[in-house]
Design a protein. Structure first.
Length: 207
């Protein structure tokens, strides 16, 4: 088992080295994420709610989120959201296939190889894909909004639970700490949480 694990890690490290040449692209300037106060001048509550969700959409539609919310059974990678390499499958529990689980390469924390300090293998204790019903890839922001409000497609969450997920879940929070070679999600998780709460408070309107 140890030999197999070492082999998997070696393969993953090699893949990281292959992609190291493109890592500079992922270090582009972060997109600003405006807080709810920036929309206080919009007097119409419905229009303000729409504006708040569009701002939150900068995070929701960012590659750090979309890559883990694919429409297919394959995770995505990179700023261009290309298919995961090496090939990986969702599996019956969204954590990979038996013998090739996500955690075989994705450990509890990000790993930066000594030979490639400008890139990394992402990691988190609960590394996995979002369920199929939560797929966001190739969807317009309005479609994602309606999906987030639908308990049948949002993990049976209330709006309050949805806010908690966005504002406090540490796997969501990984998006702002993705490791070397990746552009973090815009702003901070705290600002996203505030935007989602303000969107709920103003009627949770969808664009």
């Amino acid at each position: 088992m140890l030999a197999i694990t070492s082999s998997v890690i070696s393969i993953a490290a090699s893949i990281v080295l292959i992609h190291a040449a493109t890592s500079a692209q992922a270090q582009q300037e972060r997109t600003e994420l405006r807080p709810p106060a920036a929309f206080s001048s919009i007097l119409d509550q419905h229009e303000r709610s729409l504006a708040l969700f569009r701002e939150a959409g900068k995070v929701i539609q960012h590659p750090r989120c979309i890559n883990c919310h694919p429409a297919s059974d394959h995770p995505l990678q990179g700023e261009d959201r290309h298919p995961h390499f090496p090939a990986a499958m969702r599996g019956p529990e969204d954590m990979g296939m038996p013998g090739n689980y996500c955690i075989a390469c994705h450990h509890e924390t990000n790993v930066t190889p000594l030979a490639a300090p400008h890139t990394s293998i992402p990691g988190h204790p609960r590394w996995q894909l979002a369920p199929r019903e939560m797929a966001w890839e190739n969807k317009a922001l309005g479609e994602i909004c309606e999906q987030l409000k639908d308990p049948e497609r949002n993990g049976h969450r209330t709006l309050a639970e949805l806010h908690e997920h966005m504002a406090e879940d540490d796997l969501v929070g990984w998006g702002w700490h993705p490791g070397a070679g990746r552009q973090p999600a815009p702003g901070t998780q705290q600002i996203l949480g505030a935007l989602v709460q303000a969107w709920i408070d103003t009627g949770a309107a969808c664009p």
